[in-house]
Ligand binder design. Sequence first.
Ligand code: SF4
Length: 272
Amino acid sequence: MRKIWNFASYNLLSLFSPPIGQEYWHCDMKRGFIKAKKRDPEVKALLEQDTTPQAIGLLAQQGVYEFHHDPLMLYRKDAIEKISATISLSQQSKIVQKRVTKVLENYHNHPFLLGKNIIQLNRGDEGFPKPILINYDNYTFNLYAAIDCIFKESDGTIHILDFKTGKSDFDRRQAYIYLLAAKYLYPKHEAVASFYNLETEVSSNVITATSNQLKAMLKQLIKISKKHQSQLKYYWRNKQEFNQIFPPNPGLPCRYCPFNSICEFSTIEVSA
Ligand code: SF4
């Protein structure tokens, strides 16, 4: 079968246009580093390091997985110690240990998924999700939707749940991408999506989408997928134009940018 390179995902969408309220952190050059220069050794090394928020998100999800992997774990008094050992929490920084332990305590006290008809619960470290091949308007692409959890409501509705950590708001566009994925994965079922923050224990509203809203999201994904592919192709032929293809936005975005140690436009002084 012919290999399809065209793709779209929530990650790609957020690299093109940040969620509402996070516009100040946007920089196109980050997408350039992540997608175009990802095999350059110094970029690759940076991409392989988990940032503190990434480590917390991943370990929190692994913790939830472990609570449900062994059906008796939720009832064990030493569940937090057991799971902390399973996910090697002691090898993490103090801040990661503290915040993930709080997640485990929260979840032990209020197991959000208890009693739900879970169809799929991921650990979060499975790698790339299986792509969903979509052909629309003469454009074929792979949609990647990394789904944390799927459960079935009592009326048969498919419920896609995304776990969050940290303070960022829920992004409705991500829910629409999950619902688009559900349309292909579960074509005979109604689907809804929601978010649950494992640190604050706050749930979003249950999000639904009309077929017009899904179509609009599909078109938006195709638009960014096409633009991304054409920029990548141009970059491969004109590597010296990296700065023009992926323009920098120095200033505030550099503060938490993973590339501020190697980016010539960074406004952050990195100690040697
Ligand atoms: S260091 Fe600043 S300018 Fe460079 S990629 Fe990061 S955010 Fe953009």
